[in-house]
Design a protein around this ligand. Structure first.
Ligand code: CO8
Length: 375
């Protein structure tokens, strides 16, 4: 079996962005109206007032300053508080296909590859807009790739799980090159009326091209030294949106079909899980953590990333060692660690080693250890 390479990456970023202050103003106005409309019941102790949100809390608790979204107006409209998407006809590309094609074209251009060089497309993300036909097959057609494609979902770890699927596929000679694409429209599944989570997510799409040893000739390619995945069931991050919703009695409310989590518990459970995963993975590859030049981590929470990085490296990580993109992008689910990789790899030298690591719902975590081949 020859070596396997990441030869290119791409990123689609929506044009619109929402600051914490804008988001908090919309939420607080909603809460104020709700409390005013229910003043009698609140005074009688029959219902709790909705608490107010605060930009200071958001920055301190998460490190997030703003997020990109596909539709700002609908989210900030206090009467609506969810994006407005024009319903497209079946003859038009879906919005996830459009984002995917944009990110994929950049990844292909960076690698110097054309559709004819690629055999497969994996769309790996948390938030798929439909059950079938697979978004990946639509993307495959839009890019003109002759081969096969499928969708997969492992929540925030979808991209690293997709990278392992791509590497395994190439190792077995089932494809020469595979695109792994993560079109995340998290704003569609986020409850902007929930104070505890309204600030967490943003939208973006990433693409990574994985190739067989042809990739060695690509300037700046990264060899995949190994991949390792881990899952453990937990109810602490859930989304119950699904095709059985319409059959369930009693029916779930809208709020019950959106993202919810026990953030503190997630933090406590996931940090040790990710430490063990990375350190075990490095040991199995005969690597020490002081050989890691870069940690491209899932971008959910700044202090969580700093804590994991400190435990892995044995010292406080500098911004160069563990780049942060969540300040501008917020949590873009599976796209986060790949955005960090895409924006922060150019300066690495041949022989430099790093780890792309995701973690999230499931629980799920994925580690992909890579080494720069040339500059
Ligand atoms: N403004 C002001 N105060 C607030 C706010 C707010 N917006 N929210 C909460 N507070 C208050 C709380 O009520 C609490 O008050 P008190 O102390 O009086 O009880 C206090 O602030 C502290 O609250 P928390 O304990 O909840 O705050 P934390 O410090 O734990 O921070 C975080 C909350 C930021 C959520 C943090 O726990 C965190 O980031 N945890 C990690 C979570 C994580 O990594 N999750 C991964 C999720 S991603 C994934 O896998 C799902 C993918 C699916 C994508 C779906 C797209 C929608």
């Amino acid at each position: 079996m020859g070596a396997i390479y990441i030869t290119g990456s791409g990123l689609f970023t929506p044009e619109q962005s929402i600051s914490n202050d804008e988001l908090v103003a919309a939420y607080n106005e909603f809460a104020r109206r709700h409390n005013e409309a229910n003043a009698g019941a609140i005074t009688a102790g029959e219902c709790e007032p909705m608490p107010m949100s605060a930009s200071d809390f958001i920055v301190k608790a998460s490190g997030i300053q703003s997020r990109y979204v596909i539709d700002k107006q609908g989210i900030l409209d206090v009467e609506r508080m969810r994006p407005v998407l024009r319903r497209r006809s079946e003859d038009e590309p879906s919005i996830q296909c459009e984002m995917s094609v944009s990110a994929a074209r950049e990844a292909m251009a960076n690698a110097g590859r054309e559709a004819a060089d690629i055999d497969a497309v994996i769309v790996a993300c948390s938030n798929l807009q439909r059950a079938y036909p697979a978004i990946a097959v639509e993307v495959q057609q839009a890019l003109g790739i002759d081969g096969w494609a499928f969708d997969m979902n492992v929540a925030c770890s979808s991209a690293t799980f997709g990278l392992q699927m791509a590497a395994d596929t190439i190792a077995r000679d089932s494809a020469r090159a595979v695109l792994v694409i993560s079109p995340e429209i998290c704003s569609g599944h986020l409850n902007f009326r929930d104070r505890d989570s309204h600030f967490i997510f943003g939208d973006a799409c990433t693409a990574v091209l994985v190739e067989n040893d042809n990739g060695q000739k690509t300037p700046g390619a990264f060899e995949i030294l190994g991949t390792r995945l881990k899952t453990r069931f937990s109810n602490n991050i859930r989304n119950d949106q699904g095709f059985l919703n319409r059959a369930e009695e009693p029916p779930r409310t809208d709020d019950e079909r959106l993202f919810r989590q026990q953030g503190r518990k997630v933090f406590k459970d996931v940090v040790p899980m990710v430490n063990d995963l990375i350190l075990g993975h490095l040991a199995s590859l005969g690597l020490r953590s002081d050989q890691l030049k870069r940690l491209w981590f899932h971008q959910a929470n700044l202090s969580m990333n700093q804590l994991i990085a400190r435990r892995v490296l044995g010292h406080e990580a500098s911004p160069q060692e563990a780049p942060v993109i969540l300040d501008r992008y917020a949590n873009t689910s599976s796209a986060g660690s790949i955005i960090a990789f895409h924006q922060h790899h150019d300066d690495l030298d041949a022989g430099d080693t790093g780890v792309i690591c995701s973690f999230g719902a499931g629980y799920s975590a994925g580690s992909v250890v890579i080494r720069r081949t040339s500059h």
